[in-house]
Design a protein around this ligand. Structure first.
Ligand code: DAH
Length: 340
């Protein structure tokens, strides 16, 4: 036995290895569970009692020698993974971890909310799964009024009273039925319409709604708020114009254009050479809407406006394919790294 141990000692002392794989092979050959050194320990039981002490000592020496040898071989290769670190500068500052970026729609929604909050508006939210009353009836859409067709609605099959909201105007009635003026709210949120998905239409998109109800709120207040918003959002040179329009929940109603922020109003392909681009709908809250929500229309008046966040983002950053917003292509998202 002692002879065998001495032979192995000599053999192990002379070992060499070229790479990590070779070191690993030697480790398995000698000191793994079934390696030659470990097997000798199994034979220890049959060693006569008077030799046990000497053999035990020699076996332990052999085991230590083998373990140390394998470690030395491994270290000589560089590090434990077998990489050669001699050409690496381990003191070098690591390159910065890439930071995530905000989604362009979040950037623009936050901008809109921040502009209106400077005017005293606070954020209100409502459910995306709504009922007919809050999306249509309370907002003066008559049951068979063709205006309902303006918005292609997703209804729930088993209950036509339950639907996905088609606009954030539903939050207006939710807030008005629970509070009395003065009311000054801004409602950002996702809305749904039954549209085929293309560059210009999507089955979901985002809107921001604003509502102001108080005594003596006039169209002039609305116009001034719109001008402030347009200039804060698109720059101090921005001009606005209001065109008469129709919405069931406002009377009078208007659509607002801003001077094209790409050509400064001179006319380009983006504004179809008109110098103007449409950005939102607005108007004075119809007295019927105030009354259905429990607000006395003889004492109070208000204005409301609603805009599409994708539309504003398109104008600000020239993203003209709606599908980009929900595809989550990192190359697209990274373009907004420096935007905020
Ligand atoms: N709800 C309208 C839409 O989805 C947008 C809108 C227009 C909101 C006029 C308003 C408003 O508050 O006064 O197209």
């Amino acid at each position: 036995m002692i002879d065998k141990i001495d032979r192995l000692k000599a053999e192990i002392s002379a070992l060499t290895a070229k790479d990590a794989a070779e070191v690993e092979a030697l480790r398995i050959k000698y000191i793994s569970k079934k390696g030659e050194v470990s097997l000798l320990f199994n034979d220890f039981r049959s060693v006569p009692a008077d030799q046990k002490r000497a053999v035990g000592q020699a076996l332990n020496e052999l085991k230590n020698l083998a373990t140390e040898k394998i470690n030395t071989l491994r270290e000589a290769l560089g590090n434990n993974d077998g990489f050669d670190t001699s050409s690496m500068d381990l003191t070098r500052t690591p390159s910065a971890m890439p930071l995530g970026s905000r989604h362009p729609l979040s950037i623009v929604r936050n901008d809109i909310v921040s502009i209106f909050s400077r005017l005293g508006f606070t954020v209100a939210e409502g459910p995306e799964i709504e009922d007919d009353w809050h999306v249509f009836s309370s907002l003066n859409f008559a049951p068979d009024h063709p205006a309902r067709d303006m918005q292609d609605t997703f209804f729930i099959k088993r209950n036509p009273d339950v639907l996905l909201r088609t606009h954030t105007s539903s939050v207006q009635s939710r807030v008005m039925e629970h509070s009395q003026p003065p009311i000054r709210i801004i409602c950002p949120g996702r809305v749904y319409r039954n549209e085929a998905i293309s560059a210009r239409a999507h089955c979901f998109f985002h809107q921001v709604e604003a509502l102001y109800v108080d005594k003596n709120v006039s169209f002039a207040d609305l116009r001034q708020t719109l001008l402030y918003f347009a200039r804060e959002m698109f720059g101090p040179e921005t001009k606005i114009r209001l065109r008469p329009s129709y919405f069931p929940f406002t009377e009078p109603s208007a659509e607002m254009d801003i001077s094209c922020n790409l050509c400064g109003g001179k006319g380009c392909s983006f504004c179809k050479h008109t110098g103007w681009v449409e950005i939102l709908g607005c108007g004075m809250v119809d007295p019927n809407v105030l009354e259905s929500c429990g607000i006395d229309s003889k004492i109070y008046s208000g204005y409301a406006l609603g805009m599409g966040v994708e539309r504003i983002t398109n104008l600000k950053y020239q993203v003209n394919d709606l599908r980009l917003f929900s595809e989550n292509d990192v190359r697209f998202l990274e373009e907004f790294q420096s935007a905020r």
